[in-house]
Write a protein that binds this ligand. Structure first.
Ligand SMILES: Nc1nc2c(ncn2[C@@H]2O[C@H](COP(=O)(O)OP(=O)(O)O)[C@@H](O)[C@H]2O)c(=O)[nH]1
Ligand SMILES: [Mg+2]
Length: 386
């Protein structure tokens, strides 16, 4: 009975939201069909410069794909998702457990300490943080009189936690802002990173996280390099009743898609616009040009709230170097570490935060639709030690 009520309510909401957006958005829409060749007045008018695309950006082939009015999925609640990491990590063994077993030995020899160092380096913690942790552990273990398992574990927990840094602000900026004209605008989140790291999947999963928190979301498929990328994103959106702004033309201007997505989000009164991008990395200048342009055109309508850099945890130091290039061309505000389920090298969390000076805000824990969790330092360390 309640399920049916929910279903009816969801359908009504989807239809209502679709209808409102269709009335207001300033770009072509596929459903219902657009009037032939009529460009809405809100695009390219002189009186609203913030809403006007810069001349070098062509959005003539950008469309707004509203989700079909069918029953949508209800994403899983977000709280407590990090706990899932425990079982995912435990499949492949963890640094925490290896360290625990070495530290618990009767008296630690130089070889034991070398083993600890090796364990940390192999887990991608990085040289600097490894040295720090070793120094602190040496001191604390020496001071420790009796070496019972519980106190060794507690020392390690505290030291790992300090390395992961529980004081970093990991909140996602998803609140609407207010423009100079007093009108509200959505939070805008740009998702960047190397090809294959999990950007599109992350945008899809993040949309579900936000929907689960009752936020209104619009997706922008600014990876126009392959049409399949937009299809992939649109499918994610449709499952939870979220509109996708996209282009069908491969090689269309990604900035135009981003611009129209934010515009659609504004006119629909959305809370958040998520913009997926391509991860081509032929050279730094191209990348800088493309991401810079996307950021610029978005900013004409709403400031960019977050730039999330997606990093594949299984690629280790190599992936870190590639991620660094992105950090050099855009101001990254948060890191999404994907595929943590596929590696025992959780140390990359520490390394990437140190290298880029930016907090890990979200982690990917699997290929499931709700396998994305807000990063919680305490839960992460517990998972390592489990
Ligand atoms: N195991 C696992 N796979 C993931 C995760 N995130 C993404 N993937 C997979 O990584 C592959 C590439 O993802 P995609 O989003 O297309 O990458 P993009 O090229 O950066 O957009 C896909 O097969 C995803 O299912 C994760 O957290 N865990
Ligand atoms: Mg993609």
């Amino acid at each position: 009975m309640t399920d049916q009520l929910w279903a009816v309510l969801a359908v009504v909401l989807v239809v209502l939201a679709g209808g409102t957006a269709a009335l207001t958005a300033g770009v072509r829409r596929r459903r219902p069909p657009a009037l032939p060749e009529e460009r809405p007045a809100s695009v390219a008018t002189a009186e609203a410069p913030a809403d006007t695309l810069p001349p070098e950006v062509d959005d003539s082939d950008v469309v707004v794909e509203e989700p079909p009015a069918v029953e949508t999925e209800r994403p899983a609640p977000v709280a407590g998702r990090m706990v899932r990491l425990r079982e995912r990590l435990s499949r492949s063994g963890t640094i925490g457990r290896s360290l625990l077993s070495i530290l618990s030995r009767e008296s630690l020899t130089e070889e034991d300490w070398e083993e600890i160092e090796e364990t940390l380096l192999l887990a991608d913690v990085g040289i600097g943080p490894t040295t720090e942790l070793m120094d602190r552990l040496r001191t604390r273990v020496q001071v420790l009189g009796t070496k019972d398992a519980a106190s060794v574990r507690e020392i390690l927990r505290e030291e790992l936690l300090q390395l992961v840094d529980p004081t970093m602000d990991r909140t996602l900026r998803t609140a609407q802002g207010v423009g100079d004209d007093g009108a509200p605008h959505p939070a805008t989140i740009l998702v960047v990173g190397v090809n294959g790291t999990g950007k599109t999947t992350t945008v899809g999963k993040l949309a579900r996280v936000l929907v689960a928190e009752d936020l209104e979301v619009v997706l922008g498929a600014a990876d126009t390099f392959r049409a399949a990328a937009a299809d992939q994103l649109q499918t994610w959106g449709e499952r939870v009743g979220v509109t996708t702004v996209r282009s069908d033309r491969e090689g269309a201007d990604p900035a135009a898609v981003a611009f129209d997505a934010v515009q659609a989000g504004r006119t629909a009164g959305a809370d958040v616009v998520l913009v997926d991008t391509a991860g081509r990395l032929q050279n730094k200048a191209d990348l800088m040009g493309e991401l810079g342009k996307i950021k610029r055109v978005i900013s004409r309508q709403a400031p960019v709230s977050e730039v999330l850099l997606v990093l594949d945890a299984t690629t280790g130091q190599n992936g870190l170097r590639q991620a660094q290039v992105f950090a050099e061309v855009v101001d990254v505000t948060g890191i999404v570490l994907t595929k943590l389920d596929g590696t025992a090298k959780g140390g990359i969390v520490v390394a990437v935060q140190r290298e880029l000076g930016v907090p890990v805000k979200l982690v990917g824990l699997g290929e499931g639709a709700d396998d994305l969790a807000p990063f919680v330092a305490e839960d992460f360390v517990e998972a390592l030690l489990a």
